[in-house]
Unconditional design. Structure first.
Length: 124
């Protein structure tokens, strides 16, 4: 990480211009909101839009809102700790989501078979 004294709003606008992030609605919505609001407000509004669109569940939404509140508020060392802390927490949330998807992925076919068998028994 390179130290810079540039404001968060400038950094996020630069991030949004990067082609690698052109499809990330959270980055793009935050950058768009910076025209009317400071970074914290624009980021929170972008997180809420992502949640309303169904891209975030409650734990992820809350975690991102907490992350946004701390961005740009600390010195370099504390900012690095802040980012590392939330990266770790997001990784834990991602792992939990993967576990749930694996369990639900195995349950759905079984439920389909059980439902079909129950329907066949009813029709007999």
């Amino acid at each position: 990480m390179t130290y810079t004294a540039r404001p968060m709003s400038e950094l996020w606008r630069q991030l949004a211009q990067n082609e690698a992030y052109s499809g990330f609605s959270l980055v793009q919505d935050t950058a768009a909101g910076l025209a009317d609001a400071p970074f914290g407000v624009a980021f929170a509004a972008a997180v809420e839009r992502a949640a309303e669109a169904g891209f975030l569940q409650l734990p992820g939404r809350q975690l991102l809102l907490e992350f946004g509140e701390g961005c740009g508020r600390y010195d370099l060392a504390r900012q690095e700790q802040h980012i590392r802390h939330y990266c770790d927490r997001l990784a834990e949330l991602e792992e939990e989501a993967r576990r749930q998807a694996a369990v639900k992925g195995r349950i759905c076919p079984v439920m389909g078979l059980a439902g079909g068998a129950a329907l066949a028994l009813l029709l007999l």
